[in-house]
Design a protein around this ligand. Structure first.
Ligand code: UD1
Ligand code: CA
Length: 481
C-alpha cells in the first residue's frame, strides 16, 4: 500500500497567558530550538505535502521566526481564538487540495518525537479510521480532556475538564490534543461543530463524536513516552521540559560513546554534535552549530556557541563563539574566543586571553593575559605574556601579521597595521608600530638608565634606603676580606 498524502496542521494561535511573556509562547527556546521548531522537526520526517501553522497572538513574530527557521511551513491567521475546532477549520480551508491524512499538532509540545508521529499515522492509516487520537495515561490529568471508552474499551468520546463529571475527572487516560484525521471526513465534521459547551468554543474533540455518529471508526494510539504529549504552559513547565530533553539528548550521546562527568549540568543543544570518546566535564553548555571532535575534552565551566573543536583538543573554563579550535589545540583556563578566532592544530590560547577574527598558527602559543584581534599568527610563534594587539585606531580596524616562529617578548603592544616577519624577535615591553624584518630583534622601548645614589638622596631614612645601606656595607666588607 502506498502511503497516503500527509498534511500537517499546527495550532499556535493561543496567547499562552501563563508564560507571562512578551515573547509568543511557541517561540520560547529549549536546547537550541523554539518550542514550535521542535514540533516541526518531529513532523518533518512524515514528509508532509503541506505544513500549515495557525497563528494568532504574536502572529508577526511567529511568522517571521518560521520564515527564518522553517521556510517550508506556511501560516494562516486565526483572527479570533474561537477554539481548537475553529482553528483547524481555518487551516483546512486554506488547504483545499489536502487529501489523505491530516495530522493536527500543537506548537508547544517540544518533546514530541518523529517515531511517535509515525506510529500515530501508521495506526490511523492501517486501521482505516476517520480519526485516531494520540493518548497517554498520566498521574495527574488535571486540566486535560479525558478519553471516555465504551463497555468494550473502544473510544467513545473526549470530555474536557470543565465539562466533566466527578467520575470522568477520575479517569487518567488523556487526550494529547494530537490526532491523525482522514482529510475528507475531517472537512465534513468541522462543518458540524457547535459551541454548546462550558467554554462556548468550537472543540476539535467534537469532530470525533460527529465521525462516530456518522458511522465511522475512531482509533486511539498510546504515546510510547508520556513526555511526547507534554505541553508547555508556564515557565516552570518550560524548565521541566528542558530538563527532560536534556536527559534524552545526554542519554543518546552517552550511548554513542561520549563521557559526561555530570549529565545534570551538561546542556547540549539538539543542533550540536559531540564525537566519540569526547569527555564533557561539569557545567558545560554546547550550543548552536557546535561540533566537538573525537576525544576532545570540554570543561569544566565552559560555554561553546557555534564552535568547531578538533579531535583531542581541550577547552577548559572558556567562552567561545563562532570559533574554530584545531586538533589537539588547548584553550583556557579562562579564555574568550570570539567570532572567526581560528586556532590551528596544536595551538595554545591560555589564561585570560581573548582572540577575535584571528588565526593562531599550528603549535603557536598565546599563553597568558593577551588580546589578539584581527591578526594572523604563523606557526610555532610564541606571544609573550601580556601582549596586546592594538587593532583599532579609534576609527578603523587594521590587521597585524606575525610570522612563523616569531618570539614576541612579554608586555608588548603590536600597533596595527604592522608586520613581524618570519623568524624575528620583539623585545619585551615594546610598542611596535614599524615592521620587523626576518632575523631582526625589534626593540621599541625607552633605554634604561640607572641614577646612582638616588634612593639615599631622595628617600633617606626609608626601609628602602636602609636596605641600600646594608647592601653597600656588605659590598664594602666583601672587598676588605
Ligand atoms: C485541548 C483539548 C484537550 C486536550 C488538550 C491537550 C480541545 C477542546 N481540548 O485543550 O482535550 O487534553 O488540548 O493539551 O481541543 N489554539 C488555537 N486557536 C484556538 C484555540 C486553541 O490555535 O482558537 C491552539 C492553542 O494555541 C494551543 C492548542 O490550540 O496550542 C490547544 O489549545 P488550548 O486552548 O490550550 O486547549 P486546551 O483547553 O488545553
Ligand atoms: Ca493547553
Amino acid at each position: 500500500m502506498t502511503q497516503p498524502q500527509r498534511t500537517v496542521i499546527l495550532l499556535a494561535a493561543g496567547e499562552g497567558k501563563r508564560m507571562k511573556s512578551a515573547l509568543p509562547k511557541v517561540l520560547h527556546e529549549i536546547l537550541g530550538r523554539s518550542l514550535v521548531g521542535h514540533v516541526l522537526a518531529a513532523a518533518a520526517p512524515l514528509e508532509p505535502a503541506e505544513t500549515m501553522v495557525v497563528v494568532g497572538h504574536g502572529a508577526d513574530q511567529v511568522t517571521a521566526h518560521l520564515a527564518e527557521t522553517t521556510p517550508g511551513a506556511r501560516t494562516v491567521l486565526q483572527e479570533q481564538q474561537l477554539g481548537t475546532g475553529h482553528a483547524t477549520r481555518v487551516a483546512l480551508d486554506a488547504l483545499p487540495e489536502a487529501t489523505g491524512t491530516v495530522v493536527v499538532l500543537y506548537g508547544d509540545t517540544p518533546l514530541l518525537q518523529a517515531s511517535t508521529l509515525r506510529g500515530l499515522c501508521e495506526a490511523h492509516e492501517d486501521g482505516g479510521h476517520a480519526a485516531t487520537v494520540l493518548t497517554a495515561s498520566v498521574d495527574d490529568p488535571t486540566g486535560l480532556g479525558r478519553i471516555i471508552r465504551d463497555a468494550d474499551g473502544a473510544f467513545a468520546r473526549i470530555v474536557e475538564q470543565k465539562d466533566a463529571t466527578p467520575a470522568q475527572l477520575a479517569l487518567t487516560e488523556i487526550n494529547s490534543g494530537m490526532y491523525a484525521f482522514d482529510a475528507a471526513r475531517l472537512r465534513v465534521a468541522l462543518k458540524g461543530l457547535t459551541t454548546d459547551n462550558s467554554q462556548g468554543e468550537e472543540y476539535l474533540t467534537q469532530a470525533l463524536t460527529l465521525m462516530l455518529d456518522a458511522g465511522h471508526t475512531v482509533g486511539t494510539h498510546t504515546a510510547p513516552d508520556i513526555a511526547d504529549t507534554l505541553g508547555c504552559n508556564d515557565r516552570e513547565q518550560l524548565a521541566w521540559l528542558r530538563g527532560l530533553m536534556q536527559k534524552r539528548v545526554n542519554s543518546a550521546l552517552m550511548r554513542t560513546g561520549v563521557t559526561m562527568d555530570d549529565p545534570a549540568t551538561t546542556w547540549v543543544d539538539v543542533t550540536a554534535t559531540v564525537g566519540v570518546d569526547a569527555t564533557i566535564r561539569p557545567n558545560v553548555q554546547v550550543k548552536g552549530a557546535t561540533r566537538i571532535g573525537e576525544g576532545a575534552e570540554i570543561g569544566p565551566d565552559s560555554t561553546l556557541v557555534d564552535t568547531v573543536v578538533g579531535a583531542g583538543a581541550s577547552v577548559v573554563r572558556a567562552h567561545t563563539l563562532g570559533a574554530t579550535v584545531g586538533a589537539k589545540a588547548t584553550v583556557g583556563p579562562f579564555a574568550y574566543l570570539r567570532p572567526d578566532a581560528e586556532l590551528a592544530d596544536g595551538a595554545k590560547v591560555g589564561t585570560f586571553v581573548e582572540v577575535k577574527n584571528s588565526t593562531v598558527g599550528a603549535g603557536s602559543k598565546v599563553p597568558h593575559l593577551s588580546y589578539v584581534g584581527d591578526a594572523t599568527i604563523g606557526a610555532g610563534a610564541n606571544i609573550g605574556a601580556g601582549t596586546i594587539v592594538a587593532n583599532y585606531d579609534g576609527v578603523a580596524k587594521h590587521r597585524t601579521q606575525v610570522g612563523d616562529a616569531v618570539f614576541v617578548g612579554s608586555d608588548s603592544v603590536l600597533i596595527a597595521p604592522v608586520s613581524i616577519a618570519d623568524g624575528s624577535y620583539v623585545a619585551a615591553g615594546s610598542a611596535v608600530d614599524q615592521n620587523v624584518p626576518s632575523g631582526a630583534l625589534g626593540v621599541a622601548r625607552g633605554r634604561q638608565r640607572n641614577i646612582e645614589g638616588w634612593v639615599e638622596r631622595k628617600r633617606p631614612g626609608t626601609k628602602t634606603a636602609k636596605a641600600a645601606e646594608r647592601a653597600a656595607d656588605g659590598a664594602a666588607e666583601q672587598r676588605s676580606e
